[in-house]
Design a protein around this ligand. Sequence first.
Ligand code: FDA
Length: 389
Amino acid sequence: MNTDLVVVGSGLFGLTVAERAARELGLKVTMIDRRPHLGGNAYSENEERTGIEVHRYGAHLFHTSNERVWEYVNRFTQFTNYVHRVYTRHQGEVYPMPINLGTINQFFRSAYSPGEARELIREQAGELAGTDPQNLNDKGIQLIGRPLYEAFIKHYTGKQWQTDPKDLPASIISRLPVRYTYDNRYFNDTHEGLPVDGYTAWLERMADHPNIDVRLDTDFFDDSQEFSKASVVGQVPVVYTGPVDRYFDYAQGDLSWRTIDLEEEVLDIEDFQGTSVMNYPDEDVPFTRIHEFRHFHPERDYTKDATVIMREFSRFAEKGDEPYYPVNTSLDREKLLAYRDLAKGESSVLFGGRLGTYKYLDMHMAIGSALSMVDNKIAPHFTSGAPLT
Ligand code: FDA
């Protein structure tokens, strides 16, 4: 087999491993993906009619405080100075998110100072003071008080999980951020922005190296393929970034995921909502939020005749759906431990990325963890013969 390393999955984890292995370690890498494009969930493309860049698997905002990751990604793309802000539409009014002094003063029709607002929320949260909340509903009330929780969190979370928060474990949230300033920047990271010429240009540059052979439309579990599980495992080292339960043929049961249905619409108006994301926290609206993609790139000269919006509906994933967010019940955690034990037995396979580790990872976390895998496992294996796993 004319390759040193097989990477399964061309998302940001697989791309980072492939790029480093090829450029830094001089290895020949074959990267396969079952989708017809590379880039995993960060992939984007220009909507046909309008030319507006649409993030195909849900909106992706890049942000990081990890200097190594920031330096690394800047080798492949420049970033715009986009700053992410989120608004929420509750009972006919629009409020800034995350909950901040602006949200509080608008909601209570007041002009509280930071100290007064803090005192008010403490009082309201006191309703369940001293209790040990057993479900997400009680935890939410204990964290920020009933009025704000019921307006902005309760039904939004209920829609995300398709479950009444009274029936969800309290452990889903450990804190609900409330800012006692008017700062409504969504992310607190040192660096933030969007790739100047789009995600796909960035991701393709990472794979653009003579030692990287990309094979799309190639499923690792399709035995008729040249680079399938049956033909490569044991023959050549593998970095696997697909779902860990699938790798072991669901031997320990299915891990549960939430997925998102994305409903795209092109509207014949210049601007639908005046901002890139609007949450819908009310019970009577079936979707959780709407993205309007033109607002991610105000610097671009997009058409004024049309705009692209995307509504998000959240639900539990079934087999065949895109797995997006780990549900992570206690049963899932038990299964995951069993899969980790099985993974230890695969001496020539490394499991990584959000599907391979059953962890929600932001892009910078996927890249950071791939860089660590190269440093700690792949480089020592190829340079001094250390065991791979
Ligand atoms: P990723 O899922 O991207 O790639 C895995 C690849 O493996 C896929 O291309 C898949 O086709 C392939 N694969 C699976 N099974 C295979 C098989 N059997 N054979 C061959 N190939 C196979 N992050 C962030 O920083 N900011 C944000 O705003 C967002 N927003 C966001 C929204 C939504 C809806 C989601 C679900 C996720 C985000 N993220 C995010 C997270 C971001 O998508 C995530 O960090 C990266 O996708 C992680 O990259 P991976 O390579 O781990 O997985």
